[in-house]
Design a binder for this molecule. Structure first.
Ligand code: ADP
Ligand code: MG
Length: 237
């Protein structure tokens, strides 16, 4: 059996009386694209927060990355080991161009600094004639490309994406799907939280579903989405 690159073991997070993530365990194989689904408020983003300790770690449980416990490390140490993430909320990069944004990410964040900002913008197919635009002038999709590029300059082993398709048009979702496949084919392990189920089903090799903080189902995307418990969780949400 291949060793897991990432292992989440009995992880929980409580906010006062609310258990946002409840005793969740799963493993991720190197090179895998793992989809994460679940109704609104089911704990998906909190799970990413716990794993990257941005801004908080788990109340209970362990996270192992590449053979090393990371649930007690500082967030920048975790990122430095090769676990990069994006956020559900659009990150603002005030007073910077797209080029400057990714250059700064490459300068201060890169594990290996082998790839330049321009290389990464090329990789995500960011239009060359749009790179000196101020980030506030970019389209929603261009900001997504920039967000993903800024995560990729870390040269991550694992990339965690939180609802990258939100706010995108159908053609933009198709472009994102192609980009996700390209990143996956380059050898990066991907964890994808996504509400656009068509995209999630198309690219995920395996799918886990959270409901009310707990792991409800896990398996092949088609099987999981036909699971009566999963259908009920989505209808009941
Ligand atoms: P999802 O990403 O699946 O929509 P979240 O992980 O954002 O769900 O939220 C799970 C639950 O935890 C929700 O009930 C949410 O209100 C709660 N929650 C998330 N973050 C916090 C926080 N910082 N403080 C208190 N409650 C939170
Ligand atoms: Mg969320």
């Amino acid at each position: 059996m291949t060793r897991s690159i990432l292992s989440v073991h009995n992880v929980s997070k409580r906010f006062g009386g609310l258990t946002a993530v409840n005793n969740v365990s799963f493993d991720v194989k190197p090179g895998e694209l793992l989809g994460i689904a679940g109704p609104n408020g089911s704990g998906k983003s909190t799970l990413f927060n716990l794993m990257t300790r941005i801004p908080f770690g788990p109340s209970e449980g362990q996270v192992t990355f590449d053979g090393q416990r990371i649930d007690t490390l500082a967030p920048h140490k975790i990122a430095g080991l090769g676990l990069s993430r994006t956020f559900q909320k659009d990150v603002e990069f005030p007073d910077l161009s797209a080029s400057e944004t990714v250059h700064i990410a490459a300068t201060y964040g890169g594990r290996h600094a082998r790839k330049t900002g321009a290389d990464i913008l090329d990789f995500v197919d960011f239009a060359t004639d749009r790179r000196e635009m101020h980030t506030t002038e970019l389209s929603v999709y261009e900001r997504k490309q920039l967000m993903i590029a800024s995560a990729l300059v870390m040269d991550p082993k694992v990339l965690m994406l939180d609802e990258p398709a939100s706010g995108l048009t159908r053609p933009e979702i198709n472009a994102l799907e192609a980009l996700l496949r390209k990143i996956s084919q380059s050898g990066v392990t991907i964890l994808l939280i996504e509400h656009v189920l068509g995209l999630l089903m198309a690219v995920s090799e395996r799918l886990i579903v959270l409901n009310q903080g707990a792991l409800l189902a896990e398996g092949h995307p088609k099987d999981v989405m036909q699971d009566p418990a999963v259908i009920e969780a989505y209808l009941g949400a």
